[in-house]
Design a protein around this ligand. Structure first.
Ligand code: UDP
Length: 311
């Protein structure tokens, strides 16, 4: 059945891939974005009668006519360099923007899905991270603007479920990569690919022994679609449990691009998590979801995209 779906942050990396998949499935999509960190380029191909774009800052009241079946709240700066550059917009969209998006879902009787993050676990003291872990976050550190905004977003989402009966879902998204990430968004994978293709040194922060677990975008979108249709209102981790060090991912990118670049080490950002790996037992059991795209395949597709962007 065709649904009418609001996506905030539609012009971002994940928002635009969600739009593609939802339109492919025959749904109607209304996308909102203020283009602070999103890009109109990511949605310019959506020439579809079932798609509408509204340039809007969701920290302000959201006004939508007619029926709405789902509100997918993706709007937020999401890369560490972005939220360092935009600390107050990051706090505002996580707090005020989530409030407005929940208000819309409540008014329309729509299902609400929050894009939360593995950052709610901070620099984790439990490894891998299950949803039951409460996290280790520095509220006044530079990453606090994002981490605490998303923690507040989870709290208000659960409150709207408990006190207003809104059918809410929370996806805790771990590191995700793929085409349409901004080449200069500062995150490890697009940065390393652009550096390797240009023959520049790859800038690994710290000693590079910190770990991350990288999920390809198409797998993540599958998980989100399953979560939308699920019965659960509890947070669910979505990510690829294959964990590696940042040195390993940098080396893999040098190998795959055939680059002669070297790795150089730069200062580790404050509060950079030392480890990160999702425990996806819940996603497996509740959603029947598991990621399928391996690193080699995902990186090849991402390298092709970065090549086109910088050509
Ligand atoms: N990183 C790095 N060099 C870069 C960008 C990132 O070594 O040019 C490191 C960063 O310090 C972190 C990891 O790669 O340990 C992943 O960083 P990213 O910004 O991609 O996302 P995060 O997981 O920190 O949110």
């Amino acid at each position: 059945m065709s649904a009418r779906i609001i996506v905030t942050g539609i012009a971002g990396f994940i928002g635009s891939h969600l739009a593609d998949r939802l339109l492919d499935q025959g749904h109607n999509v209304v996308g909102l974005d203020n283009l602070l960190t999103g890009s109109a380029d990511n949605i310019k191909h959506l020439d579809n009668q079932r798609f509408k774009f509204i340039n809007h800052d969701v920290t302000e009241h959201i006004s939508i006519d007619g029926q709405v079946d789902f509100v997918l709240h993706w709007a937020s700066p999401a890369s560490p360099t972005d939220y360092l550059e935009w600390p107050i917009p990051t706090l505002k969209v996580g707090a005020l923007g989530t409030h407005k998006a929940l208000g819309l879902a409540k008014a329309k009787g729509a299902i609400f899905l929050l894009a939360s993050t593995s950052e709610v676990y901070g620099d984790p003291l439990e490894h891998p991270q299950p949803e039951s872990y409460w996290g280790n976050v520095n509220p006044i550190g530079p990453r606090g603007v994002y981490d605490e905004a998303k923690r507040f977003a989870e709290a208000i989402t659960v409150a709207y479920h408990r006190y207003h009966g809104v059918n809410t879902k929370i996806a805790r998204i771990f590191n995700t990569y793929g085409p349409r990430m901004r080449v200069n968004d500062g995150r490890a994978i697009p940065t390393f690919i652009a550096q390797a293709l240009a023959g520049k040194d790859l800038t690994v922060f710290g000693n590079g022994n910190q770990t991350r677990s990288f999920c390809f975008i198409s797998d993540l979108v599958d998980g989100i679609l399953r979560l939308m249709e699920s019965n659960t209102n509890d947070p669910v981790n979505l990510g690829n449990p294959k964990e590696m060090t940042i040195n390993e991912i940098a080396q893999e990118i040098i190998t795959m691009t055939g680059s002669r670049s070297q790795i150089i080490h730069q200062r580790l950002p404050i509060d950079d998590p030392k480890v990160r790996q999702p425990d996806i037992t819940k996603a497996r059991e509740l959603l029947g979801w598991t990621p399928h795209v391996n690193l080699h395949e995902g990186l090849s597709r991402t390298i092709e995209y970065v090549k086109q962007r910088i050509a």
